[in-house]
Design a protein around this ligand. Sequence first.
Ligand code: PLP
Length: 398
Amino acid sequence: MFSVVGFSWIASPAATELETVVMDWLGKLIGLDKRFMSIKEDGTEGNGGGVIQGTACEAHVVAMLAGKERTLARLMAEGASKNDCDQVHPKLVAYFSDQTHSSGEKAAAVIGCRTRIVPSDSAFRLVKGALLAAIEEDRQAGLVPFFVCGTFGTTNTAAIDDLPGIADVAAAEKLWFHVDAAYAGAALVCPEFRPLARGSERADSFNFNPHKMMLTNFDCSALWVADSTHLVSALSINREYLPRVKDSTSFAKDYRDWQIPLGRRFRALKLWFVMRMYGASGIRAHIRQRVEWAKWLETQLVADGRFEIVTPVVFGLVVFRIPPSALPAGTECAANRANAELVKRMTADGRVYLLGTSLKGMNVLRPAIGSTQGTQANMDLLLEVIKEFATAVVAESD
Ligand SMILES: *Cc1c(COP(=O)(O)O)cnc(C)c1O
């Protein structure tokens, strides 16, 4: 119906301004700090703001570029020459945990910086002490830490990193602090989950995917920055054929300066429809239903007696396994073989599809309940298939 290519305000004032408005709505809907809003409470334009990216991977790249830009600008302000900055570039280090999504390392590969993978703690969280130790070691080696990613809801276990601790370290060490909430961020639409995201109000950038648990068709990844200065200076390139024409009465952003591509779709309209159709209460009900199903599955697996819940069920992710105690051999090795086999059999069967993962050497299964079309009947089938193949795998286990 529409063929909008809204790279600049002038190319589509409607696509641009609706995006500014819906991103502020969405930010308020998840309780995001005021710093991230485009329009301040007094009606004037703030330094922050949201932008719709295609995916969390792109958001990661964009956040990292802004972080690099800010670090280089600071070094120049402290007296470094252009040549000094060229020397710094290969020394830049981005920090992740061993549980950070692959998008972090990919972003580092795209911008060409070093990465440091910090070991997570026993609850699979990136914590302050381990991060600080890694940074100190790198500084002593003459490297330049510039970026850290804290995850709200990791991919393997939906763990929540020590966001307040990471915020402290980022402030003290002058790192760009990016919060990757790609999966679990949608849960923040429900106020009861917001205390878990404490610390993210001090981030430089925050990203979550409405295209995951928030009823929006792929692609739609929401990214906010608290101060867009360095993002825009990293990504704005001027040409005669890209005029910056603005209607002086509007808050006119040129979103091409907030993303990698030039052309952009009218994705704000999609988000507008989701918010208008479901409303806050409809979106909350949708998310709470998924979390309830996940807890239901947890209860059923525990009641069965042959399964162990490996990490707490907080959102829609249920991480479980057949433990050594349920197998004749009773060893971790046998459990790893049995759980890998369980995933393999279920995949080959084809009625349900779920992924396994490895947590510090332990094979587990991790169904994620979140899709728009989910039903109780799907959940019943999932449980039935898990139980059926667990029976076969346990019987055949040596
Ligand atoms: C899904 C996910 C991503 C990647 O999302 P894309 O939009 O596919 O790039 C990144 N981080 C986390 C924590 C995720 O859950």
